[in-house]
Design a protein around this ligand. Sequence first.
Ligand SMILES: [Zn+2]
Length: 429
Amino acid sequence: MMRALLALRSSIVVVIVVVLVPSITNSRGVNSSSDAPLTSIPFDLYHTSDALLKEIKSLVLRHPDTLAMETVKMGNRGYAAEVLVVTYDREMKHDNEKSKFRILMSFGQHGRELITSEVALQLLSVLAEEHNILNMDPVSITKELDNIVIKVVPMENLNGRKLVEAGDLCERRNGRGVDLNRNWGVDWGKKEKDYDPYEENPGTAPFSEPEAQIMRQLAKSFEPHIWVNVHSGMEALFMPYDHKNTTPDGHMSNLMELLLWDVNRIHFEEKCLVGSGGGLVGYLAHGTTTDYMYDIVKVPMAFTFEIYGDSEASSKDCFKMFNPVDKLEFNKAVNRWSEAFLTLFRLGPSRLATTAGLRKWDSTGGKVIDGSLESNKDNKIDGLDLGYQRANIDRQIEFELGLCGSKTVPLPLLFRLIFQTAELGILKA
Ligand SMILES: [Zn+2]
């Protein structure tokens, strides 16, 4: 029923967009003409990157039984990057992570999305049992976490984040201007009509960027069962694909969707957008991490969560558009998404195990040894799929809808958002 409703809603939106867009493509949108002062980073709410990483490192050192960390460094052509990776394992000393269910998560892949790294810190504090979440019993949570290993990258794009802190509040790319979520080897380099290098520069080649190389290496060695790429700019629960407007075929696709609906039902009153990024976000994205994780690394369940967006902010006011600016909204975002992630950790293994009929996880790969999961392989796209698939590129609309919020989006707001997002050179989430 919900899916039918969602499909209906999407259809309505598409119809409205198709009708309206031709007449408004030159509009700068109702908000962007505002002369309202731009929001600077409220450092009473947000950590600096240095302070956040320091706090996470201290947390890890306080909990050597369950947390560990490493800093991975790479560089090329005069550019260096480093990525902190935190591992949560309640049996850290036994070194048996490949026999457990494995989850890999990245936060802060885009510099301007500061809230995501704050969620990472909160989530790690909850996992370390330094912080309780109101609605959840910590004992029951930790028991269910016994059989999983989680690797968290709290700030994938440290160099880009530094540029944001230095005042370039709209910067999403890495320290040399490459979008790390366009630098991966599935459908890399394809440019849509609205291509804007300031937003989506894919780099000189797939994996030209050290940050992407580090993440690929991490994923290939860890072989996760679940991947989550955490972003902000809107609110939604996405699964593959980003580079086409469909979800993958087969059983795994159904499993992913079921799990997203679990999270949606438990935490968001079924109000989140759920489905393929390319089908729902309003633009296609090429060379994304999640598409690569699913198609090439063969992560059975690969997701992109968009955790916050202010649809009423001016598109020039990047901090406000991508991050909560008051304490109430800030706390709501970090707590509610930490809870949602705990649900993902709790239900992910059972969703996969129940279907596969297995409780033990293949120590040789991120794949459960079961024919039912073979469908994933059928969808393989070669490392570089430059066959330019024609897609619905006329829908260059980004929906900055707070659809995981508790309120429904009123129709007048929906119309206004469509006008706003029909601007040329729209910001990406
Ligand atoms: Zn993003």
